[in-house]
Structures are given as C-alpha cells and as structure tokens.
Design a protein around this ligand. Structure first.
Ligand code: URA
Length: 197
C-alpha cells in the first residue's frame, strides 16, 4: 500500500481493573517509526506525565494512531485530498468518512486505516476514548473543530456506546502552548472520571 515509515498500535500489557480507556493520536513521528510504537518521543513523554497525573496506567490502555504511517514532514494532510485535487492527480478519495475540515476527504489508499482502528477498538472494548487533536476527533466522531470540541463528551462513530473526549495534541502544547497543559490534564481527568461507576 505504502512504504512510509510505520509504527503499530501499543496493546495493553496489563489487564485493567475496571472499564478501559483507549488513547488515539494522529500518526507516528520519527521516533515512533524508529521504535515501531506510538507516543514514545517528546509528545509521548508529555502524554505519559499527564496520564500519570490523571491516575491512568498507560500499560492498561490501548494506545493507537488514526494512521500507522509517518507522513512526510509529519504533515497529516498527506492522507487527505480535496475532490478537485484528487481528480487532477488521478487519485481516489473515500467519502464514507465525511469531510475532514471544510473540503478534504481521506484518500482511498489510507481509508482502511480507519476500518483497522474500528476493529482494534471493537477488540479492546473501551468505555472511553481520548482523542488527541483534530485528526482522531474527526476519525472517531465525524466532527471538525478541536478548539470548540475539546473537553466535551461525544459519541464514538466507530463503536456504539463509547464516549470520546477530545483534547489537545501534546505536540500542540510543546509548540509554545505550555499554558494549555492544565486544560490538557483536566480533559484527561474528565475521561478518567467517565470510567468510574
Ligand atoms: N504524534 C502522534 O499523533 N502519534 C504518535 O504516536 C506520536 C506523535
């Protein structure tokens, strides 16, 4: 399909005591592709610190990305195209998943990644999924606009009865938005609170 660098999901190494949490990012970066695992670079460190502060054991979670391939320049736009550009370039888009942003759709050659995520979620059976940034929020809920959606509880379109908590991508915080770290932690705590009961 593609020979882009690849990192698979991280399956839990420890059984959860109660309802399960899944964490979904965008796509692996260079460090993730080198080690073949998601969130092991700088973003992963920030994620791990905040998960621990929210009382989550990462070892009990499924940690996934919407796309398992590292896009050139870490630009997720690589996986999407407008109808016009796809036509010009002779490529296929898959409109099944709806528009990403105003006018882009996932390219057909990558849309199987969303089916794969759905299957992995079905196998793991989480109660709550944390969506790290706009790409997983779109893939998991069909909604666009992370700034408006973060900190809310949305139904997961990939698995019935599951709640999605969108929050910032850790790399956004690392790129000069350190003031948002308490909000990020509060969103993770919200997700954890939904596991109780
Ligand atoms: N960013 C992501 O979205 N996923 C990773 O695994 C690493 C960085």
């Amino acid at each position: 399909m593609t020979d882009l660098p690849f990192a698979d999901y991280q399956q839990p190494t420890k059984p959860a005591a109660g309802p399960r949490l899944a964490i979904v990012g965008e796509a692996p970066g260079a460090e993730e592709a080198r080690l073949g695992r998601p969130f092991v670079g700088r973003s992963g460190k920030l994620l791990d610190e905040n998960l621990a502060a929210a009382g989550v054991e990462r070892a009990e979670c499924l940690v996934a990305n919407v796309f398992r391939h590292q896009p050139p320049g870490n630009k997720v736009g690589h996986f999407f195209s407008s109808r016009t550009r796809a036509r010009k370039e002779g490529r296929e888009i898959d409109e099944r998943w709806g528009a990403f942003g105003t006018s882009d759709y996932v390219l057909a050659e990558f849309s199987g990644e969303i089916d794969h995520l759905r299957e992995a979620l079905a196998a793991f059976a989480p109660r709550v999924v944390v969506a790290l940034g706009r790409t997983p929020t779109w893939a998991l809920t069909g909604r666009n606009g992370i700034m408006q959606l973060r900190g809310s509880l949305l139904p997961c379109r990939l698995l019935d009865g599951v709640e999605v908590v969108p929050t910032f991508h850790p790399s956004y915080i690392l790129r000069g938005q350190l003031a948002e770290q308490p909000t990020f932690l509060a969103d993770l705590k919200l997700a954890v609170s939904r596991l109780a009961g």
